[in-house]
Design a protein around this ligand. Structure first.
Ligand code: GLT
Ligand code: MN
Ligand code: MN
Length: 411
């Protein structure tokens, strides 16, 4: 009977099978893409309401070192991921910020984005826009402070996921008032940003709102990217031009949306600033799987849209390595494979755009069938052309699996 492999031998199995799998890029190739690795993803220990942690804690020095080694050129963080809540807003936070800057420099990694945690700490139980003025005042100071930290770390983006902006039971709050208070917090952050950016001679940050339709509240006041767009143009923001979106791929699937159509609406409004990339299932909770393991074809379509519209913002790997993956596996398997699937899909999207079948089909559809003004004529003139919709879907599948290069599976 074969001996059961010890942990060190199990790692050797992982290493060998990763080598056999192929399809990976070098750190230099990965560095060409504007990809960021969040502190909270690298350090996620596998815990949840029904889950105890399965991995050991790790700090920012280790996360940043791994990102540098893998060629993930940016890092993103919440204020409280790296600084104890008790140290925030005190001089002690600057010691940590200095250590972060040293780690970033040592490993050739940049901080692209900072985000203020306004959902985890008990003070935010009723959200950052709670009824109690002292909670809102504290939230505003945390938001301003995150802007300060962002400038100190050289970030270009600030993200806001207002997790607890909602309720379990209705009636106690007036939603219109809550939204006004929520806007007050963002206004404070933007005002501070303009001041610090001027002092430091740096560009202002891009402030990005992230929606999630449920969790951790039962009902969310700004549940979708579209709701965020409406909020940005509601007149409540002092600087709506500084505020845009950080949609998350899975959060739009969670309410049953087509993420590609959500992205299209954000692009039209010129508000697609930042993008959280991951994967999961429609109408389920926030499983945050690595990009492309569930919906590779849908992802391909999203990336075609982004490439055709010249999106140049960051791709933030907001996934959670599964709790069945070890600490070793997080850096050996989770992160490199997530990045490499993204790069692969990005390049397939380039092939889609250049594919002669796709080009001819879409051009023929756009030219139309040339029917006269009579409605029956128009229908008749376009009937054969519309078959191309299905042909295009098939062609995208072929491009995804490499059949456009003549590859045939089986006989
Ligand atoms: C949390 C959330 C993510 C957000 C993070 C930024 S925190 O993990 O589920 O989608 O992007 O606040
Ligand atoms: Mn996210
Ligand atoms: Mn998520």
């Amino acid at each position: 009977m074969a001996a059961t492999p010890k942990p060190a031998e199990q790692r050797a199995i992982t290493d060998r099978l990763m080598d056999l799998s192929g399809g990976s890029y070098t750190p230099e190739q990965r560095r060409k893409y504007y990809i960021s690795g969040p502190q909270w993803a690298g350090a996620y220990e596998g815990q949840a309401l029904f889950h105890a942690p399965t991995r050991e804690p790790i700090g920012f020095e280790e996360v940043i070192r791994h990102l540098g080694e893998l060629g993930i050129r940016c890092w993103s963080t919440h204020d409280s991921d790296v600084i104890d809540t008790d140290d925030l807003l005190t001089d002690r936070q600057w010691e940590t910020v200095a250590r972060i800057n040293a780690a970033l420099e040592k490993n050739g990694v940049q901080c692209s984005m900072v985000t203020c945690e306004t959902f985890f700490h008990p003070v935010f139980a009723a959200s950052a826009a709670a009824e109690a003025p002292e909670v809102r005042d504290y939230a505003a100071r945390r938001l301003e402070n995150t802007v300060d930290i962002g400038h100190e770390l050289g970030a270009s983006f600030a993200v806001y996921w207002p997790g607890t902006l909602g309720y379990m039971v209705q009636g106690a709050i007036d939603e219109t008032q809550t939204l006004r208070w929520f806007a007050d917090g963002l206004n404070a952050a933007c005002r501070r940003d303009l001041q610090v950016a001027a002092e430091k001679g740096r560009p202002a940050l891009k402030h990005c709102l992230e929606a999630k339709p449920f969790e951790p509240q039962a009902q969310i006041i700004l549940p979708t990217s579209d709701a965020m767009l409406a909020f940005i143009s509601s007149g409540l923001l002092e600087h709506p031009e500084m505020v845009g979106l950080n949609p998350e791929y899975l959060h739009e699937l969670m309410w049953g949306g087509a993420t590609r159509a959500v992205i299209a609406r954000a692009l039209l409004c010129k508000k697609l600033f930042h993008f959280d990339i991951n994967d999961g299932y429609p109408l389920k909770h926030d499983v945050d799987l690595g990009i492309g393991v569930v919906n590779p074809l849908d992802w391909l379509n999203v990336l075609v849209l982004l490439r055709s519209h010249g999106y140049e913002g960051p791709f933030n790997l907001d996934f959670k390595p599964p709790r069945t993956t070890s600490n070793y596996g997080v850096w050996k398997v989770s992160f490199p494979t997530a990045v490499d699937r993204f790069i692969t899909l990005w390049n397939i999207a380039g092939e889609v755009m250049e594919d002669p079948v796709m080009q001819e089909a879409t051009a023929a559809l756009a030219a139309g069938g040339g029917g006269s003004g009579n409605v029956d004529d128009i229908v008749r003139a376009n009937r054969e052309l519309l078959t191309l919709h299905e042909l295009v879907a098939h062609r995208l599948f072929q491009l995804l699996v490499g059949q456009h290069r003549g590859r045939v599976f089986g006989s």
